[in-house]
Design a protein around this ligand. Structure first.
Ligand code: SAH
Length: 219
């Protein structure tokens, strides 16, 4: 394997295995997800100056005032999205570095991801190419409207926090489909799973989280 991808020193497999042990200790049980996080080169998704910290279980800056989520949160949200069995199509709102989309690309047939900051999306797209992830489709847009032309989706994941569950997104889920999101109410954010039902949706609260806010409009 190419040395950039396989890593050395603080980006080596040994360092990545320590991260996986930590995620297991925190209750992540899905071995397939753990294996993907242990294999995917997270150091290529952060600035080079921070590469040595890429396998710490922490959020890191990715430019444009945004952050790549903590690996534990990526693992947890991915587990929640797939907890009712495997799914074939997912929409992600908030591409950011492209890391979460890349994890999903290893688990589902097709990933759709939207990002409001063009410069961020362009960098993520280079990473998808470099990693040969051809099942990720991306778009520069305000994700609060979803991506209706490509829906309905079996799952939706939001990686920026809205203050209420966007109805437009629920409508782009199949009945029984799940949306995993950090819902921010009054400064407090909770990770929730919203499941679409025939009439509306049901919400389950999982744990407290801390995401960047969902912002409207494009940059
Ligand atoms: N999933 C990302 C983490 C992203 S941080 C990763 O794995 O790196 C959240 C991202 O959501 C930021 O890039 C931010 O620009 C984007 N974002 C915020 N509001 C948005 C909106 N309305 N539509 C699309 N993207 C949005």
């Amino acid at each position: 394997m190419n040395k950039d991808l396989s890593g050395v020193g603080m980006t080596s497999q040994r360092t990545r295995n320590r991260l996986i042990d930590r995620l297991r200790e925190q209750g992540i049980e899905d071995e397939i997800i753990l294996n993907i996080i242990g294999t995917l080169p997270r150091h290529l998704f952060v600035d080079e100056a921070l590469a040595h910290r890429a396998y710490e279980d922490t959020a890191l800056p990715i430019g444009f005032n945004q952050t790549i989520s903590q690996p534990y949160i990526v693992a947890r949200m991915t587990e929640l999205l797939l907890s009712k069995g495997s799914i074939t199509s997912v929409l992600e709102v908030g591409t950011g570095s492209g890391y979460q989309a890349s994890v999903l690309a290893k688990l589902v047939d097709t990933v759709y991801t939207v990002e409001r900051i063009l410069g961020m999306l362009e960098r993520a797209a280079l990473r998808f190419d470099m990693l040969g992830l051809r099942n990720i489709h991306y778009k520069h847009s305000d994700g609060a409207m979803g991506w209706a032309q490509r829906g309905p989706f079996e799952g939706i994941i939001m990686t920026a926090s809205p203050t209420h569950i966007p109805e437009a997104l629920i409508e782009q889920l199949i009945i029984g489909g799940r949306m995993v999101l950090p819902l921010g109410v009054g400064g407090l954010q909770e990770l929730v799973v919203a499941t679409r039902t025939k009439s509306k949706f049901e919400v389950e609260v999982v744990e407290r989280v801390n995401f960047v806010p969902l912002v409207s409009g494009k940059l």
